[in-house]
Write a protein that binds this ligand. Structure first.
Ligand SMILES: NC(=O)c1ccc[n+]([C@@H]2O[C@H](COP(=O)([O-])OP(=O)(O)OC[C@H]3O[C@@H](n4cnc5c(N)ncnc54)[C@H](OP(=O)(O)O)[C@@H]3O)[C@@H](O)[C@H]2O)c1
Length: 339
């Protein structure tokens, strides 16, 4: 069954080789442009295995392949995940409802929340409103939430509480929010959630070394589909991304812009501004495009409808290899948080 999932990844790679070179033309106009992407066709029905195990112990290398045209990646769980989504940290229920609804109307299909954010109810309302209005179907939306540390001693029942608040009957991806006492047991509870059909994919957040990744998943028969970490041009998870790729695990960037209070460090960076000018794009669009081309899922946070639209228009241009190298060269190791 695992082989079937791997074959799907190979087929995706072949398709990519045919289409990836036509990712779009860059503009030299010097004007910032905003364009709506094609709506990402959900292929989440393409689950090819009832066994969510991604076992690399057979010596075969797992692959992580981004389809930049479709805007998706095949996870090691057999489900496809959109590679660009909306972050909702700091948004209360009403704000989250509005921004999630706006994002879904603009073509977003990935929404990130957490028990800790206190807005799962609002996120769920925004999703259901979009479903009720025929904008999306449930299958087309990919919803991520996270178990918060104060629930680590009752992680399994907190899955049911998240489902209740979201008003959904399954969660696409559930993460351990951060390392902490009992996190290995939390991971086991998430595995049980998959077996019980409550969760489709699972993962971890704020684990920055292979050693920590392997500690928290020790003995588990399901490897994380995703690790969500602080990741941006100044703090790139380059080695860690390579390390976990052997398990078919994808790295997802939080703070793609450095987070509130720090965005101008990135938006005002000369290299980023220079590349943005060359493409007639905004610094935000260039940063997001870098995340995607570098192989990171990304979830910029915004409650501003103009920013929400601006942030999903990174699928109609491509950074050159030289520009990617210049962006890679911005890594200084500077983090904005320490959790
Ligand atoms: N797992 C974890 O521990 C963890 C930690 C932090 C965050 N996260 C997740 O990652 C998501 C992203 O992080 P974040 O939201 O904290 O930080 P971020 O995405 O790096 O930055 C958000 C800030 O950027 C602004 N912004 C967004 N788009 C913009 C644009 N096009 N032009 C100018 N400003 C723009 C937003 O303001 P406006 O609202 O005005 O657009 C907001 O102030 C979060 O929302 C959350 O879902 C996870």
């Amino acid at each position: 069954m695992i082989r079937l999932a791997k074959r799907a990844g190979t087929a995706l790679l072949s398709a990519l080789m045919l289409i990836c070179c036509s990712c779009g033309e860059s503009s030299d106009s010097g004007e910032s442009s905003i364009s709506r992407p094609e709506q990402v066709q959900s292929k989440s029905e393409q689950r090819v295995s009832d066994d969510s195990t991604a076992d690399s112990s057979d010596g075969e290398e797992e692959r992580v392949v981004f389809d930049l045209q479709a805007g998706t990646v095949m996870l090691n769980s057999g489900y496809e995940m959109p590679i660009l989504g909306l972050g909702t940290w700091t948004q209360d229920d009403d704000t989250a409802e509005a921004s999630v609804y706006t994002a879904l109307k603009d073509g977003y299909r990935l929404i990130d929340t957490a028990q800790y954010y206190g807005n799962e109810t609002g996120v769920g309302r925004g999703i259901r409103r979009a479903i009720d209005e025929g904008i999306v179907t449930r299958e087309e939306v990919f919803v991520t939430t996270k178990v918060m540390p104060s629930n680590y001693d009752r992680a399994y029942s907190s899955i049911d509480e998240s489902l209740e608040r979201l008003g959904l009957d399954y969660i696409d991806l559930m993460l351990i929010h951060q390392s902490g006492s009992g996190d290995t047991e939390v991971y086991s509870a998430l595995c049980q959630g998959v077996r019980d059909g409550k969760l489709r994919s699972i993962g971890i957040s704020n684990y920055y070394t292979l050693e920590e990744y392997e500690r928290v998943t020790a003995g588990a028969d399901i490897k994380p589909a995703v690790v969500q970490n602080e990741n941006h041009p100044f703090y790139q998870n380059t080695q860690f991304k390579k390390d976990v790729e052997k398990y078919g695990t994808v790295v997802e960037s939080w703070y793609p812009f450095g987070g509130r209070g720090h965005t101008q460090d990135l938006f005002g960076n000369e290299t980023i501004m220079d590349i943005a000018k060359a493409h007639g794009k905004t610094p935000a669009q260039v940063i997001l495009r870098w995340h995607l081309q570098a192989g990171y899922i990304t979830i910029p946070g915004s409650q501003d409808p103009e920013h929400i639209l601006e942030n999903i228009s990174g699928f109609d241009f491509e950074l050159t290899e030289e520009e990617m190298q210049r962006m890679t060269g911005l890594h200084t190791g500077q983090r904005y948080e320490n959790w």
